[in-house]
Design a binder for this molecule. Structure first.
Ligand SMILES: NC(=O)c1ccc[n+]([C@@H]2O[C@H](COP(=O)([O-])OP(=O)(O)OC[C@H]3O[C@@H](n4cnc5c(N)ncnc54)[C@H](O)[C@@H]3O)[C@@H](O)[C@H]2O)c1
Length: 331
């Protein structure tokens, strides 16, 4: 089987790749795994003859058509994880870039899949940013999509496109609305939520971090481990398991930012805790406060998607999976 991961050199793409190489997936043996990105991987990839890197622009339809048609392989691509995107802060700051990568790129992937004529499986990463406005206390699959950012709008359009292309049999699509993924290793990025990882990651490696929101701000989070398992699970499930909508709210847990700081103290001690500087930023506070505080995911849970027990488990996973490598990173 040939699998393509767009955004394959990014945080989640690289982890999905390693997961597929190590444990495979339920669809059959992975013979060829192609990571497509416009940037090199931030950290090393395993040496594996099944792995290929392709550099290019997701918004260029000809490049994406060639990537997915794969004329050299047996019958083209069997499955696609479409993860390439520019993050929320960047899509908001640069409207043209956001629409080009996050919308035109998604259309290019869908049309390349359609051109195969084999209705390949496609997993698309959406976001809580599709919700907004006057939200109910608990948000889930049935909450109206009212994005309050360009990024959220691009993800919401992508969801509709995946549903329509699936209805028409052009792709066998599935969409996961990911909670904010914490703890993300590496350096801060331009996502509005980047502080939620920084405030754990930096103090544990002896560096200061800024928290721009108030301690009583509640966020819905999930760990990289859960999200990677969720993305692979979404690939494995039969399309009709998703029912009338291919879009699925993944489970997340709710935590107040002040409780995240307290959990950091528990894991890293008072010195680590003291490295968080509380510097309110009204713009970031407004964005984060517009996101769901609590998630209900009965459909995902019925389909076997798991939930982290809470922030302590998430910090522990970061310490086990990423802390040693993080120590080597500057910033
Ligand atoms: N990490 C989260 O908290 C989170 C939450 C919700 C949704 N998501 C979504 O999950 C997906 C993966 O997220 P991530 O955290 O791994 O992000 P990431 O930024 O680490 O990875 C995205 C990758 O896309 C690549 N990319 C950007 N523009 C491109 C272009 N023009 N052509 C080709 N590649 C391009 C980037 O180089 C990057 O490697 C994204 O679609 C993101 O919107 C992530």
């Amino acid at each position: 089987m040939r699998i393509v991961i767009t955004g394959g050199c990014g945080f989640l793409g690289r982890r999905v790749a390693i997961r597929l190489l190590e444990k495979g997936c339920g669809l059959g043996p992975v013979d060829e795994l192609v990571l497509f990105d416009n940037a090199p991987p931030a950290s090393a990839l395993p040496e594996d003859k099944r792995l290929t890197l392709v550099t290019g622009d997701i918004a260029d339809p000809d490049t994406v058509a060639r990537l997915i048609a794969a004329p050299d392989s047996d019958g083209g691509t069997d499955a696609v994880f479409h993860l390439a995107a520019v993050v929320s802060g960047q899509a908001e700051a640069d409207t043209d870039l956001g629409y080009r990568v996050n919308l035109d790129g998604t259309r290019a992937v869908l049309d390349a899949c359609r051109a195969l004529g084999s209705s390949p499986r496609l997993v698309f990463a959406s976001s809580l940013a599709v919700y907004g406005g006057a939200l109910p206390p608990v948000v889930g699959d049935d909450t109206a999509l009212q994005p309050q950012s360009s990024y959220g709008t691009q993800k919401a359009i992508g969801e509709l496109l995946v549903n329509d292309y699936s209805r028409k049999g052009y792709v066998d699509g599935r969409v996961l609305r990911l909670p904010t993924v914490v703890v993300r290793p590496g350096l801060p990025n331009r996502a509005a939520s980047t502080f939620a990882s920084s405030m754990i990651r930096e103090p544990l490696t002896g560096r200061d971090a800024v928290c721009p929101v108030s301690p009583d701000t509640v966020m819905a989070l999930a760990s990289p481990r859960r999200i990677v398992e969720g993305l692979v699970r979404a690939l494995d499930l039969p399309g009709d398991a998703f029912g009338a909508s291919r879009s699925l709210q993944l489970p997340g847990f709710s935590v107040a930012v002040g409780d995240m700081a307290a959990a950091l103290r528990q894991a890293g001690g008072a010195a680590a805790h003291a490295r968080i500087r509380w510097e309110p930023d009204p713009a970031i506070q407004a964005i984060i406060s517009s996101w769901p505080r609590a998630l209900a995911s009965p459909r995902a849970e019925a389909l076997g998607f798991g939930r982290d027990s809470g922030i302590d488990e998430v910090i522990q996973a970061f310490i086990e999976d990423d802390l040693a490598a993080q120590m080597q990173i500057g910033g």
